[in-house]
Design a protein around this ligand. Structure first.
Ligand code: SAM
Ligand code: SF4
Ligand code: SF4
Length: 340
């Protein structure tokens, strides 16, 4: 029987969350994530054999749990493109120490049947991404032909099966969808669903990010406050990424994720595992550590645990705090690959 070890990095941050990308493919081509010019028929996505199997993901997750991970989020690419995902969720939900399993999806594959299967398998929470309520803006961003209604139906399906809480991620890009902030806030006001606004980030090297395209968190709050009064709310737990705000009329809460204008690296407890088994300790990393070869070449759990532990103990990432015009140009790993 292996023992639990609580490890910390050089900034005394424990490892608490593991984000697992189950595929680097997606049925959207969001301009801020997988622009069509790059992610086209020429692009070399991972091959089936490159992907970690469910057994490999589960084995590695067990090892992460021994090091302090309590929450797992499945992401991608579009995680619902991965066949039989509920089987993976079932396996992960049996791991000792894992208290919470969630999923981030663009929603278009979340039929009522899929929602039921995910919930029955042990999925607790879901985040569905939606950047606008009008089809024109939505299609401009997602760059595919799906309608907003498809995502709204997915949200209903998640509600019906009792995934709770449901969060909605809206990336705000200046000049593109800031006009959708208020309609989105009004739509989800009083719904029990938590809308979270995310500043457009310089992840990867393909989305042509510029500081001028960031619609700052402070302005997001101002726009909402003009029509729906909000006030800051207490964080649910230390290190919560989204700054919570609540409607003064009791209509629920929103979150604002200010990774660019007010970074939160000091409390970042997240590790990321790519679909092919590379470990990244920061969303903006340039390199990851290949764990797949350890899994496939017969390393025992103790050895893999030591490798992960050594990486975490050396971790000093705080990219968002150190962001400069030079770092923005570094060849960073793509978000569709590493998992949002
Ligand atoms: N495909 C799924 C989805 O869109 O929900 C999961 C993966 S996606 C990479 C995870 C989250 O990252 C989404 O909410 C997406 O909007 C967000 N995201 C992607 N690129 C981003 C960027 N450049 N800045 C901020 N958020 C981004
Ligand atoms: Fe796909 Fe999600 Fe990236 Fe959009 S944000 S391209 S839905 S992975
Ligand atoms: Fe964590 Fe890196 Fe983001 Fe900072 S920049 S919050 S270290 S993922």
């Amino acid at each position: 029987m292996q023992t639990n070890t609580q490890i910390q990095d050089t900034l005394s941050r424990p490892i608490r969350d593991l984000r697992i990308s189950v595929t680097d493919r997606c049925n959207f081509r969001c301009t801020y994530c997988m622009p069509k010019e790059v992610f086209n028929s020429e692009y070399e996505f991972l091959r089936r054999d490159d992907l970690l199997s469910f057994e490999e993901i589960t084995r590695i997750s067990k090892i992460f749990a021994l090091l302090g991970v309590k929450k797992i989020r499945l992401t991608g690419g579009e995680p619902l493109l991965r066949k039989n995902l509920p089987i993976l969720i079932q396996q992960l939900s049996k791991i000792d120490g894992i208290e919470d399993i969630s999923l981030t999806t663009n929603g278009v594959l979340l039929t009522s049947d899929v929602a039921k299967q995910l919930k029955n398998a042990g999925l607790q929470r879901i985040t569905i991404s939606l950047d606008a309520l009008d089809d024109e803006t939505f299609k401009n961003i997602s760059d595919v032909a799906f309608d907003v209604d498809k995502v709204l139906t997915a949200i209903e399906n998640a509600q019906t099966v009792g995934l709770d809480p449901i969060k909605i991620n809206m990336v705000v890009k200046k000049g593109v969808n800031e006009h959708s902030i208020l309609p989105m806030a009004k739509h989800f006001h009083n719904s029990g669903i938590i809308l979270r606004f995310i500043e457009f980030m310089d992840v990867g090297s393909t989305n042509q990010w510029q500081m001028d395209d960031v619609f700052p968190a402070k302005e997001i709050a101002n726009v909402i406050n003009q029509e729906l009064s909000i006030e800051p709310a207490e964080a649910n737990y230390h290190g919560e990424v989204a700054k919570r705000w609540q409607y003064k009329d009791g209509g629920g809460e929103i979150g604002i994720i200010s990774s660019v204008t007010q970074p939160f690296c000091q409390t970042c407890t997240r590790a990321r595992l790519s679909a092919e088994g590379k470990l990244y300790t920061c969303l903006f990393a340039t390199q990851g550590k290949d764990l797949r070869h350890l899994l496939r070449e017969g390393a025992d759990d103790n050895h893999i645990k030591d490798v992960i532990s050594a990486i975490w103990k050396k971790r000093n990432d705080r990219y968002s705090e150190l962001r400069t015009s030079e770092t923005v140009l570094l060849p960073k790993v793509e978000m569709s690959y590493i998992g949002g």
